[in-house]
Ligand binder design. Structure first.
Ligand code: ZN
Length: 331
């Protein structure tokens, strides 16, 4: 009983810190990842955080996050530069913190100060320096099988059939027959990396641990997150652009169909990246409008169609089989 009480008061204290850091960062510091670091099954976390101006109030927030981290024996480290991130993927430019363009800063959190420092240092090098990605993943505690997959995504042989980091979820999908709901990188992933397959046992184990702790400290959130991982099918272009569809789904990763009663747009590349193609975004938003008018979507490798009752609203040809896909976990 005494131990149980101690545990629950510790959970309460940890949860307060997690929630406040998440709030101060405007949700940009992942509370799930932070939880894994606090509870010791992830050695470190690193993230890029968006901000408009390197102002006094922003610095105050960073100071407050630093204090909160100290309170629970964590080290918090911030990059000395900001980064302009280009779409598609990868860091584009590194500039001074107080220069005018909008950008992101890298932050690192760990119980081990060196891991936090190295995490921040490698966050931008990981896309630029050979081997930087693997080292970064090791510090972050990613499984070996998924580190190997990360090496494959670096695509150093420039294989035209490998999307690499432009669309790593499509590469995970290509090597999977089973798709576990825990690894649903197509809706709202609980992982900070892309799993080697959608049935990677080590990654499933990590997500199960996350949910086990979250059940103790925030049951409502577990239900919400599980719903997002299990219920919708995802019409998925890339990590920043997808539309969730709720309804009766059937088929496989190539040919599938959904009769839907609800759709949710997660077309976010406009805010995710600093540079975007307006044609690409307009096209996706037009597709979403058609989806809102319809109730059924049919996906094939070459095209997809949206229907209302039996009437076809539109048929859209795809540039390649994997953009977009319509997928839902099957285990
Ligand atoms: Zn793996």
């Amino acid at each position: 009983m005494v131990i149980k009480n101690l545990k629950s008061s510790l959970d309460k204290k940890n949860n307060e810190v997690i929630e406040e850091i998440s709030r101060l960062s405007g949700g940009q510091i992942s509370s799930l990842e932070l939880m894994a670091v606090i509870y010791g099954f992830k050695p470190a976390m690193a993230e890029m955080v968006n901000f408009n101006k390197f102002s006094k109030s922003f610095i105050n927030k960073l100071d407050r996050i630093n204090e909160l981290c100290k309170k629970i024996s964590l080290h918090f480290v911030v990059s000395k530069y900001k980064f302009i991130i280009n779409s598609p993927r990868g860091i584009f430019e590194m500039i001074d913190l107080d220069s005018p363009p909008k950008g992101k800063i890298a932050i690192g959190i760990s119980k081990d100060k060196n891991a936090a420092l190295e995490g921040v240092d490698l966050y931008y090098k990981k896309t630029l320096v050979s081997g930087g990605g693997r080292r970064f993943g090791q510090i972050m505690g990613y499984p070996e099988c998924c580190l190997d997959f990360g090496d494959y995504l670096c695509n150093e042989n420039v294989d035209p059939d490998n999307f690499g980091f432009k669309n790593p979820a499509a590469e995970s999908l290509k090597r999977s027959e089973k798709f576990a709901w825990q690894l649903n990188v197509f809706t709202n992933s609980s992982l900070s990396y892309y799993p080697c397959t959608l049935n990677c046992q080590e990654s499933i184990g990590y997500v199960n641990k996350l949910f086990k702790i979250l059940k103790r400290i925030d049951v409502g959130r577990v239900e919400y997150l599980m719903g997002l991982l299990r219920e919708p099918a995802s019409l998925y272009w890339t990590c920043a652009d997808k539309i969730l569809l709720y309804g009766d789904f059937k088929g496989d990763f190539e040919n599938s169909e959904i009769r839907y009663h609800k759709s949710v747009s997660m077309i976010d590349s406009g805010s995710f990246y600093q540079n975007n193609s307006s044609d690409f975004l307009n096209n996706l938003n037009n597709i979403y409008k058609k989806i809102q008018k319809g109730d059924r979507l049919i996906m094939t490798p070459a095209y997809f169609e949206i229907y209302k009752d039996k009437k076809r609203i539109v048929k859209i040809k795809k540039g390649n089989q994997y953009e977009p896909v319509l997928v839902k976990p099957n285990i």
